[in-house]
Write a protein that binds this ligand. Structure first.
Ligand code: NDP
Ligand code: 5RP
Length: 471
């Protein structure tokens, strides 16, 4: 700490802000945090590692005054109005050249608006996705910054030092212009939603097959040692062991089935439709969280319709094998859809998102980290302009190796009445994607029939209209 001035400041000392700031301090930087709640400032200082320089203050102006120039500041506050409020409070306190990073889950259009607005003041505003939750923030998150590349150079040493590392490579990189950082994080969360939905469907099938929580733990644990190795599979294995501290039950069995959401999955779906790019597994995951909230209707429907159509017609051993394959297949499809969306958005929204860097940054620290990302990394390094990873031959080989298990699971779920919308959506997307001629020629005929919307032919160039039904 030189001149008694701090290297880095944080606004918002909640779950993410506190942990990320402590992580920065652990890497030799002097840090100062601001939260109007004095208890949070005290908690920050109390949690600091011995020998590090960490201070919490309840006054924003006081914090800004104690930062080295050009100032390097991050905010980790709830998305939306709080971010605009923080910016408004900061503006009179900052100078040209200062760097302000919004590390929360802001919508990328808000970020774009803020970048443009702050450009006039000479303040470098960057939107950055942070992933890894509480633990990741404390020990090594994955970070997805976008915006002004020159401003990134000022904060790069700090971010690289605190990021998760895979093979010594930090899981942070400059990911494109404007709102690119938050766009990449939004799609990351869309993929997160999709994989979580698929894991929950795997759980439903295995549970219907009679696996106990102990067996579910063992199954997910062994999956995490193979092709399916990932953070989400790893924590799922742990979850099945957790006992409730209020009853004798396993905690998972007493948790309400209404799933929450803060919006990023929905934004991914909404934006995919704007582009447009098809991301049906993500759409399905969003829809299933929504449906989970309609508890009263589901309870009524369960009384009207027989929930248990039939038992599963396979042994537990066969079931575990085929669900494993289906989960692997559909997980690949979830990444494929999200990455295809990034490919298109990068061009259409002029963000120049480098996909090889995106998958590299996702390899460690983040919620969707998995061994599969190594394969995708290789695919994008071979061809950075790959529009869909399903077109890469290594990925195709993996997909083909588990395709039959995927088909068996969809049949089994349909037969037995186990809801598996994510799996079904993944397989249907795949079957459409690998189809040279979809049946959408009929839709074109219908559109032209009722609305004179015209159509193109397969044999003659041009646009055509027919007076239908006259021959
Ligand atoms: N939790 C997670 O796993 C992850 C969260 N994120 C994102 O990071 C951001 C922060 O999340 P998280 O740390 O979990 O949230 P918390 O609610 O734990 O913390 C938010 C902090 O922001 C402060 N704050 C709220 N409004 C303002 C304001 N107007 N001015 C100044 N400070 C304010 C709060 O202060 P106080 O309450 O004292 O007023 C609080 O300390 C969100 O955008 C979230 O979506 C991203 C990745 C993972
Ligand atoms: O960004 C995150 C992880 O990457 C946050 O944990 C986020 O809150 C998850 O989304 P949701 O609350 O909608 O499930």
């Amino acid at each position: 700490m030189s001149n008694n001035l701090f290297d880095f400041g944080m606004i918002g000392l909640g779950v993410m802000g506190r942990n990320l700031l402590l992580n920065v301090a652990d890497h030799g930087f002097s840090v100062i945090g601001f939260d109007k709640d004095e208890a949070k400032n005290a908690a920050l200082e109390a949690a600091a590692t011995a020998g590090t320089t960490v201070k919490g203050v309840p006054d924003l102006e006081d914090m800004v005054r104690q930062l080295q120039t050009p100032r390097k500041l991050m905010m980790l506050v709830p998305a939306g109005q709080p971010v605009d409020d923080v910016i408004a409070s900061l503006l009179p306190l900052l100078e040209k050249g200062d760097v302000v990073i919004d590390g929360g889950n802001s919508h990328y259009t808000d970020t774009l608006r803020r970048v443009e607005y702050l450009k006039e003041t000479g303040i470098n505003f960057m939107g950055m996705g942070v992933s890894g939750g509480e633990q990741g923030a404390r020990t090594g998150p994955s970070m997805m910054p976008g915006g002004n590349e020159e401003a990134y150079a000022h904060i790069k040493p700090i971010l690289e030092s605190i990021a998760a590392k895979v093979g010594g490579v930090p899981c942070v990189d400059y990911l494109g212009k404007g709102g690119a950082g938050h766009y990449v994080k939004m799609v990351h969360n869309g993929i997160e939603y999709a994989i979580m939905q698929l894991i929950s469907e795997s759980y439903a099938l295995l549970k219907r097959g009679g696996l106990s929580n102990q067996q579910l733990h063992e199954t997910f644990k062994s999956w995490n040692e193979g092709l399916l190795q990932s953070f989400l599979v790893e924590i799922t294995a742990d979850i099945f062991l957790q006992k409730d501290d209020k009853t004798d039950a396993h905690l998972v069995d007493v948790i309400s089935d209404k799933a929450g959401s803060k919006g990023t999955g929905k934004w991914t779906s909404q934006d995919s439709m704007e582009l447009p790019v098809a991301v049906p597994v993500i759409d399905t995951a969003v829809a299933m969280r929504t449906l989970s909230g309609y508890k009263d209707e589901r309870v009524q429907a369960a009384a009207i319709y027989d929930e248990l159509i039939s038992d599963l017609s396979v042994s537990q051993e066969e079931l575990v094998k085929m669900v494993h394959d289906a989960l692997f297949f559909a997980t690949i499809l979830s990444y494929a859809q999200g990455l295809a969306m990034l490919f298109q958005a990068s061009k259409d929204l002029k963000m120049d998102i480098p996909l090889p860097k995106v998958v590299s940054v996702w390899r460690g620290g983040c919620i969707i980290r998995s061994t599969l990302l190594e394969t995708f990394s290789k695919a994008y390094n071979e061809n950075p302009e790959l529009s869909n990873i399903l077109l890469n031959e290594d990925v195709a080989a993996l997909v083909k190796s588990v395709e039959s298990g995927m088909r068996s699971v969809v049949s089994l779920a349909a037969e037995a009445g186990v809801p598996a919308a994510g799996f079904m959506s993944a397989l249907s997307y795949f079957d459409a994607f690998r189809t040279e001629r979809m049946p959408t020629n009929l839709i074109q005929a219908q559109r032209d029939y009722f609305g004179a919307h015209t159509y193109q032919r397969t044999d003659i160039p041009g646009t055509f209209h027919t007076e239908w039904g006259q021959n």
